[in-house]
Design a protein around this ligand. Structure first.
Ligand code: ADP
Ligand code: MG
Length: 195
């Protein structure tokens, strides 16, 4: 496959279960190595970086969202979104404000102090998107079937949030999905494993 993800655009990654969607995302993250070919993120050739450099690239440039939102249950909604900011000295002082703005952008005003285990699946996924995009300067968001566990309405809401945030922050998004209704709304569709 040859694939270019542009800033602010969403590319759907489709293919049957086991076709390698998650594997491709892990190659782009620099967690797995490709047997052939190469991946470049923001001009950095991921395959040629050391483990430490890959970790730095992920931290600086790549956000990621899984099918099951892996929020920390000990923390509130707001604290979950603040978490990637408080580790960064330059961002820590404005972490709360930024997290509140993001939660508002994903339609979760008023849920700041809620425990994450009392959120619906769709709400939890929107929190995980806010968290994934909390650090400014990201260029790529990798989303692995983020709507697969949701009903149509909640899935659409999650997609709308992805669309708005990736456009407003100029982040390119690669979205693995089985759902043709979601894929049809993306800027581009790439298919795996149906040769
Ligand atoms: N860590 C791993 N080690 C070995 N094989 C794996 C590993 N992860 C996935 N696979 C295999 O790679 C193939 C693609 O899996 P995956 O990328 O998870 O597909 P998809 O996300 O499209 O369902 C499958 O045959 C799977 O069993
Ligand atoms: Mg998968």
């Amino acid at each position: 496959m040859s694939l270019t993800i542009r800033s602010g655009e969403i590319c759907a990654l489709m293919g049957p279960s086991g076709s390698g969607k998650s594997t491709l995302l892990s190659v782009i993250l620099g967690i797995s190595d490709p047997t052939a070919g190469s991946v470049s993120v923001g001009g950095s050739l991921v395959n040629s970086l050391t483990v430490r450099e890959r970790a730095a690239l992920r931290w600086k440039s790549i956000g990621s969202v899984q099918q099951q939102p892996d929020l920390l249950p000990e923390l509130t909604v707001l604290e979950n979104v603040e978490l990637p900011l408080v580790f960064d000295r330059a961002l820590a002082s404005t972490a709360t404000q930024r997290a509140r703005e993001l939660l508002s952008a994903v339609g979760l005003d008023g849920h700041e102090d809620q425990r994450v285990d009392s959120l619906s699946g769709g709400e939890a996924q929107r929190v995980s998107i806010a968290r994934a995009l909390s650090r400014p300067g990201l260029i790529l968001l990798l989303a692995d079937e983020p709507t697969a566990a949701l009903d149509r309405r909640s899935a659409q809401r999650v997609f709308d949030v992805l669309r708005e945030l990736s456009a407003s922050q100029g982040v390119g998004c690669l979205l693995a999905t089985h759902d043709p209704f979601i894929a049809d709304q993306c800027d581009e569709i790439q298919r795996l494993g149906d040769a």
